[in-house]
Design a protein. Sequence first.
Length: 94
Amino acid sequence: MFEEKPLANARVTFIPRGQQLAEGFDEKFERRTDDKGVVEFTPTEANLILVAVHHQEPERSGEGYDSTYYSATLTVAVPEVPFLTPAATTSVAK
């Protein structure tokens, strides 16, 4: 959300601790928001993940600057959770 409206086509970066982004747009760790401002990312391992979004407003310029930049960050702790196999989720009749 930006100014109470969905922020479409925003670049959102998900950086797991210890990882480095590729040059340009990193398909593994970056996504673009849809028209509703929604983005999805599924972590593949337990880790701390820095989520960052940056937005530029070129129309908001003034004396001494060409545009205004906005940023938001969030750190998410992804816990190590065992994945259940189909056999482990099958109920046993009594």
